[in-house]
Design a protein. Structure first.
Length: 208
């Protein structure tokens, strides 16, 4: 184990940290109300197949056929897809914090997130994430999902850093705990002020 290593990379979850979650239970409940769907059935079908979609083994069209369009609807797949994409909203303070930390400390920024391909691509484009992230180690590309430690190891390999040189930020406690077993510095994101304070204890502060 290498002690007292300076932080060289930030590994970041996207949903719940920089953006709202792309397609969570609140969005599914809203969709059920808006489109007149049985929420319990929608949610059960979602849980039965969403892991496959997030792992990049199923297209969004096929995922929607399994959870919504397995029978005739009064709305189109395009309308439903548009609704899904519209649920993503940014957390501007967090995005700006990461941009500034990257610039001032010369950090590598690597996304380590569970997301389906089409939703991931939309969020990257819509919010310009590719303008400041160095790599996207996303479940849909790697065919691995958190909390599989192989995904974290892949991110380390891509970034070419030691675990002790990484600050990992995620809003999900389990994912933080798993990453911690790999010797990364881990922060469970609750809000902007708390995360900024915890980053400061790792030496990641902003001038002024």
């Amino acid at each position: 184990m290498l002690d007292n290593q300076p932080i060289k990379a930030l590994f970041l979850d996207i949903g719940g940290v920089l953006l709202t979650n792309g397609w969570d239970r609140h969005a599914r409940r809203h969709a059920a109300e808006l489109f007149g769907l049985d929420y319990a059935q929608l949610d059960e079908r979602h849980h039965l197949t969403f892991d496959t979609y997030e792992s990049g083994k199923l297209s969004l069209d096929d995922y929607l056929k399994r959870i919504v369009f397995y029978e005739k609807r009064h709305f189109s797949p395009l309308e439903f897809t548009r609704f899904i994409m519209e649920q993503s909203q940014p957390f501007p303070e967090m995005i700006e914090l990461m941009k500034q930390l990257r610039q001032q400390h010369g950090l590598k920024l690597v996304a380590v997130n569970n997301e389906g391909r089409e939703i991931n691509a939309h969020r990257i484009r819509q919010f310009g994430l590719d303008t400041f992230f160095d790599a996207f180690v996303s479940s849909c590309y790697a065919h691995l999902r958190k909390p599989d430690t192989d995904l974290y190891q892949l991110a380390l390999d891509v970034a070419q850093v030691e675990p002790e040189q990484v600050a990992y930020i995620d809003d999900r406690l389990m994912f933080v705990q798993v990453a911690r077993t790999m010797r990364m510095h881990c922060i469970q994101h609750v809000d902007y002020d708390t995360t900024r304070s915890k980053l400061a204890t790792l030496g990641l502060t902003l001038d002024g």
